[in-house]
Design a protein around this ligand. Structure first.
Ligand SMILES: N[C@@H](CCC(=O)N[C@@H](CS)C(=O)NCC(=O)O)C(=O)O
Length: 217
């Protein structure tokens, strides 16, 4: 299998965290010619990172679908518990992270340059992000924080919370993440996991490279 990825992409980071936690070995590469090249669009017509190319040549786009596929292969450490209600709780955390935290965050990615920033968009999406973190806080507190083993939810939450912490100070709220105690406690705890740490290091270096050299790695 081959994973088209970029270290800066939170969606690709979600898949890499699953790959590392499961101990899978697969080739990881940047999309040939970028995500909108003809070569890459032939693999993934949506033109977004990541894409997983299966051994028989079939291609899977969309990070959640790819992680579910890796889980269904049944290799390495499971990312979902056995009990149906526990599985649903894990999937719920990922869904809250995706819809209510990553959603506003994505709309803020285009607002990082002060020269082109739209104050109304920043105010609206920062409020939505804060509300999303409040929802996540409730569910994480109910789940008791990080379970000690990387789950389907952690794969979504680790890259997402990296970007919350990286972006919100420059957008006028230095301690948004810290105000949500269960989220902050969860993030501090999960960041000690070796696979999470590896992905967080990749994200940090990729963000520094992008900010200093404008290069997507
Ligand atoms: N829903 C997709 C989102 C993927 C996505 O937005 N990827 C971004 C990188 S973070 C991308 O490829 N953007 C390139 C573009 O839109 O040209 C997933 O979960 O995989």
């Amino acid at each position: 299998m081959k994973l088209y990825s970029a270290n800066l992409s939170p969606f690709a980071a979600r898949v890499r965290l699953a790959v590392y936690a499961k101990g899978l070995s697969l080739e990881i590469a940047l999309p040939p010619g970028g995500p909108k090249s003809a070569e890459y669009l032939a693999l993934n017509p949506i033109g977004k990172i990541p894409t997983l190319v299966l051994d028989d040549g079939r291609c899977l786009p969309e990070s959640d679908t790819i992680v579910e596929y890796l889980e269904d292969l049944g290799q390495g450490a499971p990312l979902l518990p056995a009990d149906p209600a526990d599985r649903a709780r894990v999937r719920l955390l990922a869904r809250v992270g995706e819809g209510y935290v990553m959603g506003p965050l994505q709309r803020l990615f285009g607002q990082t340059n002060p020269a082109t920033r739209d104050a109304a968009v920043v105010a609206r999406e920062m409020k939505a992000l804060d509300e999303g973190l409040a929802h996540l806080n409730v569910f994480l507190a109910g789940a008791g924080g990080f379970s000690g083993k990387i789950t389907f939810a952690d794969c979504q939450l680790v890259p997402t919370l990296f970007f919350v912490r990286a972006m919100t100070p420059a957008l006028g709220d230095a301690d948004m993440l810290e105000r949500h105690e269960a989220v902050a406690g969860y993030f501090a705890h999960v960041a000690q996991d070796p696979s999470a740490l590896r992905v967080l290091d990749e994200l940090r270096v990729a963000l520094e490279t992008f900010m200093t050299k404008g290069q997507l790695t």
